[in-house]
Ligand binder design. Sequence first.
Ligand code: ZN
Length: 282
Amino acid sequence: MESEIKQISQSSYAVIGPEGATNFGIIKSSDGGAVLIDADIRRIDEVEEALKLTGCAAVKYLIDTHEHFDHTSANFYFRRRGVPIVGSAGCLGAMRDLGGPDFERMMKPVPELYERFPGLCLTLPDVVFADATKLTLPGVTLHLKYCAENGHSHSKGDTTIYFEEEEILIAGDLLYTEVHPVTFFGNIPNWLTALKPLFESHYKQLVPGHGPAVEGEKAGRAYFKKMYDYLEDFYGHAVEVKAGRESSEEAAKHMMSGAYAPLGKNRMVQRNINHFLTGKWF
Ligand SMILES: [Zn+2]
């Protein structure tokens, strides 16, 4: 399966990962510069190809929507090229405190990348904001908003990005569309709280962290609501499993049936439940 480069608006593109793999964003300024949103070193060739195909002369900023490896592992690559890396203080803190072992764990299956990129290591954002910030390039105004409720929703760094001129909302991993979410790094009650204001947010196009992009507020709201209902349902079942009133197989079966049956990345369901049972949450 190959990723798809989707033009979202006149100056914005999304690299939609195959089968629910991570999405990356590209926003072009009127002078040919680009803001790149998230990049995974394992898929750096796709990112470079997308920058070339969309006619971006130079990456001016890389934004990390949150700290997870699939969104930040190419920080090293772009830092080496002198690109400033923007992230929330929550993202920075999470990477600094917990990112090292996670980086090594995720690199284990792809050791050849250490040969291809000598010195490859966890690389922290160097332009950091607390709650909100604005980033501008010619013709581009981006509003970055820290949305990790109480410091922890899907992740500790969750940031949304709104491209003002073309009314595009990039939701990061607060939103998954058409695929099962990864919930095990998250705090689900806080994640639910963080989703509520997004029901009312304004945009013409919406890009999730994983899964296809969505056109229009009406469809977007339905996806945010689906995400909310999924998490609420999952949490309820996970609590039952933990209390011994339901088996983890029953819970997994429920999360893969009915309205959830068409969702991709089925393998995430049992992993999400198992992580919940380890008790390392919260
Ligand atoms: Zn992700």
